[in-house]
Structure formats: C-alpha cells, structure tokens
Ligand binder design. Structure first.
Ligand code: AMP
Length: 207
C-alpha cells in the first residue's frame, strides 16, 4: 500500500489500534507522534525533557518541537504511511501540506463517555507500542503483550483527570482539522464505535 494516510479522531478513538493492524496486515509504515515523544521521554533526550511537562498534563507539545521531529521522519519515508496523532493543530496541518499531499484523512468518531472508559482501562506496550483494553481487548496473558511479550503498563496520561483534559484540548485544537481535510476532499468519516475488526474492514474498504 503506498497511500499516505492521516488518522484523525480524539484520544481513545482507536487510531493506535487500527494503525497497528494496518501496519501488521497491510504493510504500512506507522508514524505515531505520541510513541516518538514517549520514546524521547524514556531516553531523557532534550526533546523528551521538554515534551514531558506538557504530556503529563494532557496538553499538546508545542508545535516547534513536534513539527521538527515529524518533518525529519516524514522526509525519510518512502512508500505508504500512516500518520497517527499528527497533525493535531491547523499549523501542523499546513506544514504537512507543504511537505506532502495526503490521500485520505480517516476520522474515527466516538463519543466522550466511551473515550474516557477506553482510555482509563487501556494498557500499552512500551516495546512495540501495541495497545490493549482490560475488557474489550485483553491480552492473552495478564500484563504481557501478545505481540512481542513486553510488560504492559498504564500510561501516566491515561488517568481520568488527564484524559478529560486531553479531550478538551482535542475539541479546541484538533477538531478543526476535520473541516480542513473536508475542504480538500480527502476526509473519510468512520464510525469508531463497535467491533475492532469491523472498523478495520471499513477502513480497508476506503483504501
Ligand atoms: P497520543 O499517544 O497520540 O495520545 O499522544 C500523547 C501525547 O503526546 C499528547 O497528549 C500530547 O501531549 C503529545 N502529542 C502527540 N502528538 C502530538 C502533536 N501532533 N502535537 C502536539 N503534541 C502531541
């Protein structure tokens, strides 16, 4: 697949889950801004130290930090890719547009109460970035990643208070991107509620 895809949608809408399947089953390269930032935080790089204070509060990391990071990564890619969590502001979308065209912006739509439930019961793998849910998508062995055997953890920004902040930030800063991509004729809306496999089939049918 050599399409260039942006995954839109609020935190918890399934971007990571679907990107993981698109990577594993359709051969896309997945670039997750959140995963790259968390790696920088773990490695205590200069970027990581600066990003952490925003991420811990559920705020967006400033554009000047994120744009430099993503521009370098996108420039190094060939073939198809999925951007998971980028762009998240209009400024980021404009920079992306100046680097490359986008074939589809897939918007996963889920209501707020379901998002809170999904995020607070989410468990993540620090090694391969796979995501699980204690009830809807539990790992085969408790606390162990099905994909790579890593030890699952709860992200510090998946606490209820921080999640509510992230949803507010989403509405203010990221929601306007739906209109941005609609105007460019590449927006594709998908109902993000329900079965993970069915949502994946709906995405596949669009590509
Ligand atoms: P995610 O893993 O996509 O939920 O992102 C986790 C956190 O990383 C967000 O709450 C932000 O603090 C930061 N982040 C991720 N992507 C971006 C972005 N495109 N712009 C600014 N901050 C971001």
């Amino acid at each position: 697949m050599d399409a260039r895809i942006v995954l839109l949608g609020p935190p918890g809408s399934g971007k990571g889950t679907q990107a993981e399947r698109m990577e594993d089953e359709l051969g896309f390269v997945r670039l997750s801004t959140g995963d790259l930032l968390r790696e920088a935080v773990r490695n205590e790089t200069e970027l990581g130290k600066r990003a952490k204070e925003y991420m811990d509060q559920g705020l967006l990391v400033p554009n000047e930090l994120v744009i430099g990071l993503m521009k370098e990564k996108i420039d190094s890619l060939e073939g198809g890719y999925i951007l998971d969590g980028f762009p998240r502001t209009l400024e980021q979308a404009e920079v992306l547009e100046s680097i490359t065209g986008i074939d589809a912006a897939i918007n996963l739509d889920v209501d707020d109460e379901e998002l809170v439930d999904r995020l607070t019961k989410r468990r993540s793998c620090p090694d391969c970035n796979a995501v699980f849910h204690l009830i809807y998508k539990p790992p085969a062995e408790e606390g162990v990643c099905d994909r790579c055997g890593g030890e699952l953890y709860q992200r510090s920004d998946d606490s209820e208070e921080t999640v509510r902040n992230r949803l507010k930030v989403y509405r203010e800063s990221t929601f306007p991107l739906i209109e941005f991509y609609e105007k460019r004729g590449v927006l594709r809306n998908i109902d993000g509620k329900g079965d993970i496999g069915e949502i994946f089939e709906a995405i596949k049918a669009l590509l």
